[in-house]
Write a protein that binds this ligand. Sequence first.
Ligand code: ZN
Ligand code: ZN
Length: 138
Amino acid sequence: MNEAGHRGVLRGQGLRCTPARLRVLALLSASARHLSVGEACSRLGQAGKSLHTTTVYRTLETLTAAGLTHAVPGPGPIRYGITGEPHHHTVCQRCGYVAALATEHLSEAVDRIQELTGLRPDARGALLLYGRCTDCSV
Ligand SMILES: [Zn+2]
Ligand SMILES: [Zn+2]
């Protein structure tokens, strides 16, 4: 999604389009991985768009409360991702790396979980799979 799209989703949630919110949304939509506050700060700094850590933290709290981003708990700091295409998450138990996993690849597993447990997983993606990422399994 581009900046105009991000302005639209912010307004749709009754939020002002502050530069910090737009920068954080742009960063998370361009990132293949979910980012912690610290990771987001260093990437913004590298891109010459640095924001204070407190600002990034508050921005992510606001965006998450509005449902535009979401938080994934794991070892280490919470990671944040953009809320768009439905996805599940994989979490590395060692380094905390969080990746998105398209729900379409796991619809059979989700159906089976419901069959076995009665739990109806969230259609937007509710699975949290723990393991070791490629960097940590060597
Ligand atoms: Zn996610
Ligand atoms: Zn790892």
